[in-house]
Design a protein around this ligand. Structure first.
Ligand code: TRP
Ligand code: SF4
Length: 328
């Protein structure tokens, strides 16, 4: 079947994947394979902007590849590769940097946030982060970029960089991508307040054992107004309930909704049901993950093959780019 176009996304190798990654990104990446030609890139160079100790970088990259494969990425069709294995991206980064006003980069909310978090390490690479991202996307002539809504400024920046390049060199070799925001609800951490994220230590890791998962679920904050077991609860403000809607059969969700409101069910029992359903849903992923991890040659060979296929596309784009600029 003819595919509708090319999807590209980059994923930072930041460590063990959590439920937010799984629902917000992985599931989406997997589903897009049915309709699009997909290129997924583990962005180790981007990670260098904030990672000071690169000791875990290789391990994290492999772990992420295992997660993606276990979640259902099909490497026979989809190109899965590591950013630094295709050095053409750094060349396009340099070229795009020439059509990028510096102020545009330092004005980005994502940059300001990084400066706030890390005032002592405002490196040049951090300023250029979106240019490298634009190079990622443009190098593969991507039509669609599935990302979280927080990445909207970077996708808009990419569109502008592509337009500026094409205008400056009077060409149309680069393509303006569209953003595709994930259609999943924002996944909150066990605190029930902040978005689930590694730095906040509020995650539920998807590769954890069922027992570890249960323990984390039992720590989840529920309706803060519900103090005593006999208090009625309000599922509308409860993060456990939001997750039931994702993992629990519809009839049970409705029952929990009613029982909670009349104090017919307690939060402890409610969480036990959620933990069980979550473990059941993650079962096939975990089984596949263990299977892949037991074959140590598999991931390196998948990534090598992905890099080969990615390089072929990248080099062709760069030949067109160099020709458009009339580089000698
Ligand atoms: N900046 C993205 C993030 O923080 C990661 C990323 C790098 C990316 N290159 C990309 C996303 C290209 C989409 C397309 O999540
Ligand atoms: Fe949330 Fe369930 Fe407790 Fe109701 S019973 S407040 S839905 S955890």
């Amino acid at each position: 079947m003819a595919k509708k176009g090319r999807v590209f996304s980059g994923i930072r190798p930041t460590g063990r994947a959590h439920l937010g990654n799984y629902l917000g990104a992985f599931k989406n990446y997997v589903a897009l394979q049915d309709d699009y030609e997909c290129v997924y890139c583990i962005v180790d160079l981007h990670a260098l902007t904030t990672v000071e100790d690169t000791l875990g970088l290789k391990q994290n990259t492999y772990e992420l590849a295992i997660d993606l494969l276990a979640a259902g990425i099909r490497p026979e069709e989809t190109i899965l590769f590591v950013q630094s294995h295709v050095p053409q991206v750094t060349e396009l980064h340099t070229i795009l940097s020439m059509v990028t006003p510096l102020g545009k980069l330092t004005d980005l909310p994502t940059f300001k946030e990084k400066v706030r978090q890390n005032p002592n390490n405002v490196n040049y690479g951090l300023v250029g982060y979106p240019v490298l991202q634009a190079a990622d996307i443009a190098l593969y002539k991507s039509d669609l970029v599935p990302v979280g809504i927080d990445q909207a400024p970077h996708i808009e920046f990419t569109r502008e960089a592509v337009r500026s390049f094409n205008y400056r060199y009077n060409t149309n070799v680069l393509i303006e991508p569209q953003m595709k925001a994930a259609e999943v609800p924002k996944v909150l951490g066990i605190d029930g307040k902040e978005k689930m994220g590694k730095s906040l230590n509020n995650t539920i890791e998807i590769a954890a054992t069922p027992e570890e998962t249960r323990k984390r679920v039992m720590l989840m904050v529920t309706d803060p107004q519900r103090i005593k077991r006999t208090d009625p609860g309000n599922p509308d403000v409860c993060n456990v309930f939001s997750m039931h809607k994702v993992f629990t059969p519809q009839a049970d969700v409705e029952r929990i909704n009613m029982e909670c409101r009349r104090a017919g069910i307690g939060c402890v029992d409610c969480k036990k049901i959620y933990a069980e359903n979550l473990n059941k849903a993650l079962g096939p992923f975990r089984a596949k993950r263990a299977e892949i991890a037991a074959q140590p040659d598999l991931v390196p060979s998948v990534l090598a093959d992905g890099a080969r296929r990615a390089r072929a596309i990248a080099e062709k784009t760069m030949e067109e780019v160099r020709a458009a600029i009339q580089l000698p």
